[in-house]
Design a protein around this ligand. Structure first.
Ligand code: SF4
Length: 362
């Protein structure tokens, strides 16, 4: 944390700083508060205010403390500070590029494969990522209580024996308190044909203090449980983040990372190499690098696939295999995740030498 950064917040003490609930209570949600805390002007004006009424802003003090205030292209600021390009560049794109809303057998339960479901347990997030492909949910308040929503999901899963894996997602499932989370984990884990649970959460990157000893004791009770997180830039890999990942791992839960390829944030070989090596140092497996989806409000983050393939080619040369994620495009409906392979000239040449093993690779 930068010197005295904590004192810019009401009740800002180092003890409060480590309290995830304090962090949530002090999230920065207005442009004037953001300018005050960063101690520099930030954009304003009618257009930005209209944008924020569509896609609100919320940034934890912790994540803000990682931003370099004198860099208006700071890769972390780009991920959390509203940008008018969110409305300018993508008006013709879909709110729901993966067609998730059409794949819900019961509300908030997405089923795109016969054996897996994704439970949207909350719409809340600690920090709203401007590149989120579910930003359509940010303003939707959920009419029913989480327990009645979850009860319908649990009933559907228990009546569908093909489902062997349940993924808790959102929003961010770790926005729920420990007791609610345990209720959900226990309800799904008690279904005999559910073999594996998974949690998708960005809190290790944006609110690492949420990973408390008590939370880890709860998670440990529901193994086999897999934890997928999302670090997108090496500046997100901090001692606090490493401690959070380590706590989850010490509970016997493997941690993997799913980054999104974001123009201006991590689309350079240097940034991505540092990110992957940093993840490997935290024993977090780089699992997927997602091609940024064509979601409304995210178009300015999208690179073309060729850029992604060139990047992967460079990473193949620079990183150890253990640090290489699979570059994938998530396609709507049941087609799902499609691997995008960097069939560069050197790779093609190498494969040609072994044509007997690799027929028709082109
Ligand atoms: S934490 Fe996940 S769901 Fe929430 S805004 Fe970020 S990408 Fe979207």
């Amino acid at each position: 944390m930068r010197n005295n950064f904590v004192s810019r917040f009401p009740d800002g003490t180092s003890r409060n700083w480590r309290d995830w609930r304090w962090q949530l209570r002090h999230r920065v949600t207005s442009l004037s508060a953001l300018a005050g805390i960063l101690e520099r002007p930030v954009g304003d004006g009618a257009e930005l205010r209209r944008l924020m009424s569509l896609y609100p802003m919320a940034i934890t003090p912790y994540y803000l403390s990682l931003i370099k205030p004198d860099d208006d292209q700071d890769p972390l600021a780009l991920q959390c500070v509203p940008d008018t390009r969110e409305v300018e560049c993508s008006a013709d794109l879909a709110d729901d590029p993966l067609g998730e809303d059409r794949s819900m057998p019961v509300p908030n339960l997405v089923q795109r494969y016969p054996d897996r479901v994704l439970a949207i347990v909350t719409h809340r997030c600690a920090t709203y990522c401007r590149h989120c492909n579910r930003k359509r949910f940010w303003k939707t308040s959920q009419a029913s209580s989480w327990k009645s929503r979850l009860t319908a999901m649990v009933r559907y899963v228990s009546e569908t024996p093909k489902i062997r894996e349940v993924i808790l997602s959102g929003g961010d499932p770790l926005m729920l308190d420990d007791a609610s989370l345990e209720w959900i984990l226990s309800a799904f884990a008690s279904i005999p044909h559910v073999e594996v649970l998974r949690i998708g959460s960005r809190v290790p990157a944006v609110l690492p203090m949420r990973i408390t000893g008590n939370l880890c004791r709860i998670l440990k009770r529901y193994r086999p449980l897999w934890f997928n997180t999302q670090f997108n830039h090496p500046a997100e890999i901090t001692p606090d983040a490493a401690r959070a990942c380590n706590r989850i791992q010490e509970a016997g839960i493997p941690v993997s990372n799913q980054s999104v390829l974001l123009q201006g944030v991590n689309d350079s070989p240097d940034a991505m190499q540092d990110l992957l090596n940093g993840l490997q140092k935290m024993s977090v497996r780089p699992y997927y690098l997602f091609h940024c989806e064509p979601a409304r409000g995210c178009n300015h983050f999208r690179t073309d696939v060729r850029t992604g393939l060139k990047l992967m080619e460079k990473l193949h040369q620079r990183c150890s295999g253990l640090a290489l994620p699979q570059y994938v495009a998530d396609l709507p409906g049941r087609e799902g995740k499609v691997p995008l392979w960097p069939l560069s000239q050197p790779i093609k040449n190498a494969l040609r030498k072994h044509q007997d093993f690799f027929d028709n690779f082109e």
